[in-house]
Structures are given as structure tokens and as C-alpha cells.
Design a protein around this ligand. Structure first.
Ligand code: ATP
Ligand code: MG
Ligand code: ZN
Length: 398
């Protein structure tokens, strides 16, 4: 990501997102947001700076350890930078939710988190400052909480599918009687920090530490091992936080009860990095189309040729007007430099405009992933790109 001009390091585990990198982050955010909203979760934004009092209520001020970055304000009051938001969101719900009629609720945010990781590494993969989507569900009872948990699980499937990633949800805790209450979503990649085992015949998969034996518990024989990157985690919390913070509501019978909670994280910045770990070759990135910073990269081979520049600008303008996300390399660089940079950045389709082909009215359309090149006319290239990157027009109902 550094070589491709997507991020710059500011300090250990702390990065600036450059324009190209930020576009990728925004794409992950958009997919996450759409699927959270579709699942009925509501977006809010909680503060990054949190008072120690809330963390004392749950005992985590003492328990959390050095990952929690603590500091004092000018009045000597203690604060921390939020690594997660159970306390803040439970404090909110305790003030607002008084009756079973106010439940269930799923609240989420997309926000910068800070964890003073002992070993920040691999760029955005394990940062100290990073972007997370965190959601919290509050239900009237266990059954409701289970249904919220399953709803989030389905949303997570849709999110990582829409990102164009190969992933596996794995059992993170040993299966509790009556269901699984913690799952990690793993993007499969050789360089992943985590090991998981999966069945070849069914969807059973588990974190290696959590697997109960080397055979599929559903009787399909031996499990195979994979490497993965944890990009998401869904978790049933029960009443741990609502009880500790005395967040009560009145149930149907007018009796005090504690909302049953769940929490659900997605590493937004880690997902961008994981996409690269899964999709690259020796020359650079092979972005899945849904996460690519741009969909098409127009490369005028020789910026001294008027004809090359006019045609390139025309293709750029026409595609942009159609709603295609296009980047044009209008730098005065040698062709080799432009080709190498384009392969490194990894935009899925390249349109190469050179003098020789233009003499025959042709340009090249290159598929970055397969390397396949087609010579087509300037009109054909527009049609081809439209088909490749734009969603099909909705068909009229018959
Ligand atoms: N240091 C980090 N940098 C980037 N993303 C992170 C980091 N820590 C956690 N995440 C992301 O946030 C999600 C939710 O956070 P959670 O507390 O479940 O992570 P975690 O169990 O601490 O992760 P890990 O085991 O990798 O430290 C994770 O699934 C991961 O995608
Ligand atoms: Mg951690
Ligand atoms: Zn199986």
C-alpha cells in the first residue's frame, strides 16, 4: 500500500490514508453501511475520548491493560481513547431505554479506534489507530438476542460477499449448547496470522485453537487447514454490561430486566489490507472490482502526441459521464513507468492509448487480473467497459 501510494506511515501503527487508499476505505464503509442499514441497525457516532468513570463501572479500567491509552485532561480527570464502545453505548441505552417497547435496538458506528497494540505490523493489518465498524444489539430476552445475532451474521455474509472476498465464518468459541455464540469472519490468505480448519463437504469451520478434534463434527472426515485474516467478529454478550452498568428496562409485566446484548465488529481498514493479501501478483494489487479505488485506468502512452491525448481525454470524459470511476495517467512519464505503476495500483481494467494502434483506430483494453489484452475501437471500448463495470439496467417487470 505504501509503494502504491495508498498510505503513509506517521508513527508505528498510525497512518495517513492518501487519496487512492481513502477511496478504498470509503468503498468498504459504503458496503458496510448499506448492509447494516438493511439489517435494521441505526448509525450513530460516539466519541473517541471516553471518561474513566464509565470504564470503572464495568471494572475494565483495571482489567484492560496497556492496550488502553489513558491520559488526563487539564482538570486531572482520567480519560482513554476508545478501543471499543460497550461502556459508552450501554450508558446511552440506560438513559434512553425504559420499557420493553423501546427494544430491540441495534446501534452501530464507523469510527477511528485506538489500541496501543504491543506489536503493530503489516501496515493497516494491525494498526494502533484504525477504522472499525462496531455494532451493539439490545434485546428484551435471550431469544431476541439470538435473532439479532443471526441477523448480524447474515449481514456479515452479504458484506464480505459484496466486497468480492473469499472468506469463511469460523466458530470462535467452542459451540455452546443450543448454538454458536461467537464467530469470526476470516478472509482466506496465505499470509494470514490465524489458522483455521474447515470441512470440504459442509460449512463447518473453526479457529484452530477452538476446533474439537481433527475430523468434521458432522461426520465428513478430516478437516483441512487454511490461513486467514480476521476481518469481523460477532459476539453474544448476554447481560454482562447491562448488569454491571444497571441499564434496566421494565418488561411486559412491569418487572425490571436487563437487556441482553451482542456486539459486532468489522475491521474496515483491515478489510482493505486483507483484500490485497488475498488478491495480488508479483507486479502489484489485483483489486476486486467492488473495492478498487477506480474501476478503469486510462493510460495515454505518449503525452506528447496530440492524438493520443485527445482520444484519452475523450474516453475518460465519456466513461466519467456514464458514471464509471476512471483514473487517467496524464503524467509526463515513460510508458514503462506508467505500465508498472498501473499494475502496482491494480485498477481492474486498463485502457492503453498508443499512437501505433490509434493509426488503425484502435486502443487496448487490458484485464489486470488475467493480463488478457483486447484490441478494440474507441467506441467498442466504451461499450465493453460499461458491460464490465456498471450494474445491469433494471429490467421492466412483465
Ligand atoms: N489493531 C487492529 N488493526 C486493525 N484492525 C483491527 C485491529 N484490532 C482489531 N481489528 C479489527 O476489528 C475487529 C473487531 O475487533 P475485536 O476486538 O473483535 O478484534 P480482536 O479480537 O482484538 O482482533 P485481533 O485478534 O486481530 O487482535 C476485528 O475483527 C478486526 O477486523
Ligand atoms: Mg486484539
Ligand atoms: Zn462437514
Amino acid at each position: 500500500m505504501i509503494r502504491a501510494g495508498m498510505i503513509r506511515k506517521v508513527a508505528a501503527g498510525i497512518y495517513t490514508y492518501l487519496p487512492l487508499g481513502l477511496r478504498v476505505i470509503r468503498k468498504v464503509e459504503l458496503i458496510v453501511r448499506e448492509e447494516m442499514n438493511r439489517a435494521g441497525a441505526q448509525e450513530l457516532l460516539m466519541p473517541m475520548v471516553q471518561p474513566a468513570e464509565l470504564w470503572n463501572e464495568t471494572g475494565r479500567w483495571g482489567e484492560y491493560g496497556k492496550e488502553l491509552l489513558r491520559f488526563k485532561d487539564r482538570g486531572e480527570r482520567e480519560f482513554c481513547l476508545g478501543p471499543t464502545h460497550e461502556e459508552v453505548v450501554t450508558d446511552l441505552v440506560r438513559a434512553e431505554v425504559k420499557s420493553y417497547r423501546h427494544l430491540p435496538q441495534i446501534l452501530y458506528q464507523i469510527q477511528t479506534k485506538f489500541r496501543d497494540e504491543i506489536r503493530p505490523r503489516f501496515g493497516l493489518m494491525r494498526g494502533r489507530e484504525f477504522l472499525m465498524k462496531d455494532a451493539y444489539s439490545f434485546d428484551r430476552d435471550e431469544e431476541g438476542a439470538k435473532s439479532s445475532y443471526e441477523k448480524m451474521g447474515r449481514a456479515y455474509h452479504r458484506i464480505f460477499e459484496r466486497c468480492g472476498l473469499k472468506f469463511k465464518p469460523v466458530e470462535a468459541e467452542s459451540g455452546v449448547i443450543g448454538g454458536i455464540f461467537s464467530q469470526e469472519f476470516m478472509v482466506l490468505a496465505e499470509t494470514g496470522e490465524d489458522s483455521l480448519v474447515a470441512c470440504h463437504a459442509c460449512d463447518y469451520a473453526a479457529n484452530v485453537e477452538k476446533a474439537r478434534g481433527s475430523d468434521c463434527p458432522r461426520g465428513h472426515g478430516p478437516l483441512t487447514t487454511h490461513r486467514g485474516i480476521e476481518v469481523g467478529h460477532i459476539f453474544m454478550l448476554g447481560t454482562k454490561y447491562s448488569q454491571a452498568m444497571k441499564a434496566v428496562f421494565l418488561d411486559k409485566n412491569g418487572k425490571e430486566a436487563y437487556p441482553v446484548m451482542g456486539c459486532y465488529g468489522i475491521g474496515v481498514s483491515r478489510t482493505a489490507a486483507a483484500a490485497i493479501e488475498q488478491n495480488h501478483d508479483a507486479k502489484g494489487i489485483l483489486w476486486p472490482l467492488p473495492l478498487a479505488p477506480y474501476q478503469v485506468h486510462v493510460i495515454p502512452v505518449n503525452d506528447q502526441s496530440e492524438r493520443v491525448m485527445i482520444t484519452s481525454e475523450l474516453i475518460y470524459g465519456t466513461l466519467s459521464n456514464l458514471g464509471v470511476e476512471v483514473l487517467i495517467d496524464d503524467r509526463s512519464e515513460r510508458p514503462g513507468v506508467k505500465f508498472n505503476d498501473a499494475d502496482l495500483i491494480g485498477i481492474p481494467y486498463q485502457i492503453i492509448v498508443g499512437e501505433k494502434n490509434l493509426a488503425d483506430g484502435l486502443v487496448e483494453l487490458k484485464d489486470r487480473r488475467t493480463g488478457k489484452v483486447q484490441k478494440v475501437t474507441t467506441e467498442e471500448v466504451i461499450d465493453l467497459v460499461k458491460k464490465l463495470v456498471l450494474p445491469p439496467a433494471p429490467r421492466a417487470e412483465s
